[in-house]
Design a protein around this ligand. Structure first.
Ligand code: BDP
Length: 697
């Protein structure tokens, strides 16, 4: 009897252990959650036998509500579908349409594309629409991606750490690859396919040559095989000096035929293992990485040599324009333009130059990079950072859709109405090779991205890569519905929180275009006082240039003249502080603390007010989130509530430390009624957080 009771207890406990986690929501399912109450095996038929078509049909079967009218997944080439004469023209390889049609005498909802990948994207688009509350029977969709390469850049190291990763260890278990096919690889691919991502760079741009050795090629090949049916190609970051490190050559000079031959043989080897390998991503001559400049050759020489190696296989090279050198005393914001603009027209046609959204480095706010629109003969791929290296890591809630869109929708001034998005999607110059890259925020945490709201940044990146003209507020609504369900109060509240959350980070870390004010190395927390690092442009004081009289980096004609890198109409507007948008004022100009701002207050008063507004925004998010208690599963609710309280504490830390420092420089008092910093400046300077995550270099 005793045993019997023990058995019941054990069974009870283990049943709970199984049922518990299954009922709780740890965020693993991302935006692909199946509303269990309504899910049921909808009648889904697949025409054609490709793995991709089967996946599309499975995805629909898993998630379409019971009672959905019959659905057929097919490609345009199927004779029955072709006979319908639907508008497939212009949809390209990856576009889709969803239509109510009569097929073989039956009314069905047809999900189809010119290729099976198009059909897969159509399936996920249908699920998005239904998840958003649409009646499946009435859904009519037609869409094609505006950007060809929609790529995640993983800054994942071979030892399992992730540079600037705040969601745990790398998803790739290099140790057990290629033998073990972790089911998470498939779940990763499904999530990416569902938002149209079609490429993944597996390893860090600060690359090790080892990733190009036979054992690692085999590991990458395994991942490529898992991702292939989901329409995702694998790319590798290539270390430029690999011919020396792996090949025993004396040089990596791209003009040396032996070097070119080594890369060609290496590319051939990779393509034997991965026939649809995407190509290479390269960080060269930047932050200590080797590159063609080491030999007096140009970035174009380096890129073209690699491009020749992958060309016979249809591969491409993504060559980063993120370059700055300690030997160059020039304003760091000018260096990429100075180096790359003269190379316009010199790159092979399977090279994309990958340009960060701004001229410095993924700061909470940066004006768009002046290279956009300035290299018309070269396809420019934009690079965003999804992982929040400079926006509070995983614990701060900051929806980045508005940051991405702010750059994409900026006007270059090069042609009437031309936006950065027009340059990126190729429409400005008719480029067919186009791309958008996002530095991934994905790790082995159960919720993939370190927090529920960080998932929205991965989602928004994918949606904007598909269509850079989308409205980030609409993307947030779509994501919130898919992630939290369709309760109008939940959607209204979460999207209201997200809407101003990035701006709040700008406010509490430093408004008006201040940038690069963070602590050394790990980049977490404030360090505007740092002035002792080896390279001038590593020091926050280099960027803010605050003194008794004023603050800001003068980039007009009397300063570094970086403004002259913009199109004349944009440069004219930025030339004077009076016509520079206030949100970018201190990025472009050094101005007096007493300067009158548009609202009539002084710059100092306004700056202080922004710090307070940023902190207040976080407090508001906390109470908004409180109002959703019980409307969101306890696990996701509690983690978010806790993270918001961390964010509030740290927003105050940023505010107080920054104000204490500015006051030590400008010798000004705080405006009346403003709370003084909690501690003195020495206290803030003494803070040290040596084990902050993500700092691996
Ligand atoms: C900086 C990161 C550094 C990266 C670098 C890059 O701090 O870890 O290696 O960007 O993009 O923002 O190469």
């Amino acid at each position: 009897m005793k045993h019997y009771r023990a058995l019941i207890v054990t069974l009870g406990v283990s049943w709970l252990a199984i049922a518990g986690p299954a009922c709780a929501d740890d965020g693993y399912d991302l935006w692909l959650r199946t509303p269990k109450a309504v899910a049921g095996p909808a009648a889904v038929t697949a025409i054609g036998d490709s793995a991709t078509i089967r996946l599309a049909a499975d995805a629909l079967r898993r998630a379409l509500p019971a009672g959905t009218p019959a659905v057929t997944v097919a490609t345009a080439g199927d004779p029955q579908v072709a006979a319908l004469r639907l508008p497939f023209a212009g949809l390209g390889d990856e576009g889709y349409l969803v239509r109510r049609v009569s097929l073989g005498g039956r009314q069905v909802l047809l999900v189809a594309g010119n290729s099976d990948r198009g059909a897969l994207y159509g399936a996920f688009a249908l699920l998005r629409a239904v998840g958003d509350g649409a009646d499946a029977a009435a859904v009519t969709l037609r869409s094609a991606p505006k950007v060809k390469l929609r790529v995640l850049d993983h800054w994942d190291n071979l030892d399992g750490t992730v540079e600037r990763g705040f969601a745990g260890q790398s998803l790739w278990d290099w140790w057990s690859l290629p033998d073990f096919d972790d089911p998470r690889y498939t779940d990763y691919a499904r999530a990416n396919a569902s938002i149209g991502i079609n490429g993944t760079v597996l390893n860090n741009v600060n690359a090790k040559a080892d990733s190009l050795t036979a054992p690692y090629i085999a590991k990458a090949a395994k991942l490529a095989a898992v991702f292939r049916p989901w329409g995702i190609k694998v790319y590798l970051s290539a270390r430029f000096s690999a011919p020396i490190e792996l090949g025993g050559l004396k040089t990596a000079d791209p003009r040396d035929p032996a070097v070119a031959a080594w890369w060609k043989a290496k590319a051939d080897e990779i393509y034997r293992a991965i026939p649809d390998f995407g190509g290479f991503l390269v960080k060269a001559n930047s932050e200590g990485q080797p590159g063609p400049r080491d030999y007096g050759a140009s970035h174009a020489d380096g890129a073209n040599m690699l491009a020749a190696a992958v060309r016979p296989h249809g591969g491409i090279v993504m060559w980063r324009a993120f370059v700055y050198a300690e030997t160059d005393p020039e304003d760091r914001a000018k260096q990429a333009y100075s180096e790359f603009k003269p190379l316009d027209g010199k790159f092979a046609d399977n090279v994309l130059v990958q340009v960060k959204n701004g001229a410095i480095d993924f700061q909470p706010r940066e004006p768009f990079h002046p290279l956009f629109g300035a290299m018309p003969k070269t396809p420019l791929m934009i690079e965003f950072q999804i992982t929040k290296e400079y926006l509070g890591f995983a614990t701060h809630l900051a929806y980045l859709g508005p940051l991405f869109a702010e750059t994409l929708h900026a006007r270059t001034g090069r042609k009437p109405g031309e936006t950065v998005a027009d340059v990126v999607d190729g429409s400005a110059e008719g480029h067919r090779l186009t791309g958008m890259a996002g530095v991934a925020n994905i790790g082995r945490d159960r919720d993939w991205s370190g927090s529920t709201f960080n998932q929205a940044n991965w989602y928004a990146f994918g949606r904007l890569a598909w269509d850079p003209d989308l409205d980030p507020a609409a993307i947030a609504r779509e994501w919130a519905g898919l992630t939290f369900g369709n309760d109008p109060q939940v959607i209204a509240t979460t999207t209201a929180m997200m809407a101003g959350s990035r701006e709040a980070v700008v406010d509490y870390t430093g408004a008006f275009g201040l940038a690069h004010l963070m602590a050394t190395g790990h980049h977490y927390g404030p360090g505007p006082w740092v002035a002792d690092l080896a390279r001038p442009e590593w020091n926050p004081t280099y960027y803010h240039r605050a003194d008794r009289g004023g603050i800001g980096f003068e980039r007009g004609a009397s300063g570094s003249d970086a403004i002259a890198q913009y199109a004349p109409s944009v440069a004219r507007q930025l030339a004077k502080p009076e016509t520079t948008p206030e949100r970018e004022l201190l990025w472009f100009h050094h101005v007096a603390w007493d300067r009158r701002m548009a609202d009539g207050r002084t710059l100092w008063e306004d700056l202080v007010a922004h710090y307070d507004a940023g902190v207040a925004y976080v407090a508001t998010m906390q109470s908004q989130w409180q109002s959703l208690r019980g409307k969101i599963d306890a696990e996701r609710w509690q983690k978010t509530a806790t993270y918001l309280s961390i964010q509030h504490r740290e927003a105050r830390w940023w505010r107080d430390a920054s104000l204490a420092y500015w006051m030590s420089v400008n010798q000004r008092a705080l405006p009346a009624g403003v709370a003084p910093p909690e501690h003195d400046l020495a206290w803030y300077k003494a803070q040290s957080i040596p084990y902050a995550p993500g700092h691996t270099s």
